[in-house]
Design a protein around this ligand. Structure first.
Ligand SMILES: Nc1ncnc2c1ncn2[C@@H]1O[C@H](COP(=O)(O)OP(=O)(O)O)[C@@H](O)[C@H]1O
Ligand SMILES: [Mg+2]
Length: 313
């Protein structure tokens, strides 16, 4: 349904996305996961026909997003990162206006506006000014305008950003509902979001796809290792790293400025053996703590894994 081949975009000399290729089949919810600046919005803007790529091509239901932009756009519902809502319009007027922009005429349009507002739970706020709505309600209205013309494909750019936890839950539930029987590409920088909503995850970093996984295999991959930070008072990080390397359960050790980072095999807790070594060396233990993986670490690990896998091939 969505087919992307070798998509590249330069902003001046800066390459924002670099030969991206991926696809999304009919009925799939595909997650587009990546940190800020990875190139998610750029890709989505190209897919929705807002700007041309520098190289490569993309099709929606077989229509080239650039050369057959009218046909492609008619099949896409787009929720941009920042919804350009017209604050002086009421909810109803705004969705009606967006429907008219998509070429929907009366009779039928007014009924359809009522229907989608009901669908997103905003019918009772139809006459409210957009300006008076909470961020969560605005995202609902944003979803209403995205589905008003019954598109086959939904492109949602960080749909839950800036929402409070309750609103996040509600909007996710709504995405699940409106995503049924549609192809959805959803971008986010939140790992748990894609695992909850998506059947397949594309991980993008620095404009490139670094991994493609199901939520289950992705979390398995990431749980394979555990990290600890160790700080010793009376030995240098290099000395500590040398002594810890090879201890039971430790798979890698990196000296850092303050201490050492230990990467452990998740099957064996390395802390007993590490502690024994510290005692044996009569070192002063200042800190030994578990390090949570940040999204950046995850990308680093995935990128490194890929590089290692390629070398091994
Ligand atoms: N209009 C623009 N002009 C110049 N550089 C841009 C523009 N939009 C985005 N970029 C750059 O392109 C890269 C990708 O940005 P973007 O697609 O917005 O990433 P994401 O949505 O994943 O945060 C970033 O390095 C960003 O600074
Ligand atoms: Mg973005």
């Amino acid at each position: 349904m969505i087919q992307v081949e070798g998509l590249t975009k330069y902003y001046g000399p800066h390459k924002a996305i670099d030969s991206l290729s991926f696809h999304a089949d009919a009925g799939e919810i595909v997650g587009f996961l990546g940190p800020n600046g990875a190139g998610k919005t750029t890709t989505m803007r190209i897919l929705t026909g807002y700007m041309p790529p520098s190289e490569g091509r993309a099709t929606i239901a077989g229509f080239d997003v650039f050369e057959q932009s009218l046909e492609a756009r008619g099949r896409i519902g787009y929720l941009p990162e920042t919804v350009p809502l017209y604050k002086e319009l009421t909810v109803w007027q705004y969705v009606d206006y967006m429907a008219a922009l998509r070429g929907m005429g009366n009779p039928g349009r007014a009924e359809r506006v009522d229907e989608v507002l009901d669908r997103v739970g905003m019918l009772d706020r139809a006459d409210s000014l957009i300006d008076s709505l909470s961020k969560g309600m605005r995202q609902r209205v944003g979803l209403a305008q995205a589905i008003v013309h019954k598109p086959d494909v939904l492109i949602l750019d960080e749909p839950t950003i800036g929402l409070d936890p309750r609103q996040v839950r509600e909007v996710r539930e709504l995405i699940r509902e409106v995503g049924e029987h549609r192809t959805v590409l959803l971008s986010t920088h939140i790992l748990s979001e894609v695992s909850q909503l998506c059947s397949r995850i594309l991980i993008i970093n620095n404009g490139q796809i670094v991994a493609e996984d199901s939520p289950a295999t992705l979390s398995n991959r990431l749980q394979d290792t555990t990290r600890y930070f160790l700080h010793i008072g009376n030995a240098t990080p290099k000395e500590v790293a040398k002594a810890i390397r090879g201890v039971a359960g430790v798979s890698e050790v990196y000296p850092t400025e303050e201490g050492v980072e230990i990467v452990a095999d998740s099957q064996i807790d390395p802390r007993p053996a590490v502690t024994a070594t510290i005692v044996q060396k009569s070192w002063d233990l200042l800190e030994l703590r578990h390090v949570d993986m940040s999204l950046e670490d995850i990308f680093l690990q995935l990128t490194t894994d890929e590089a290692v896998a390629e070398e091994e091939d």
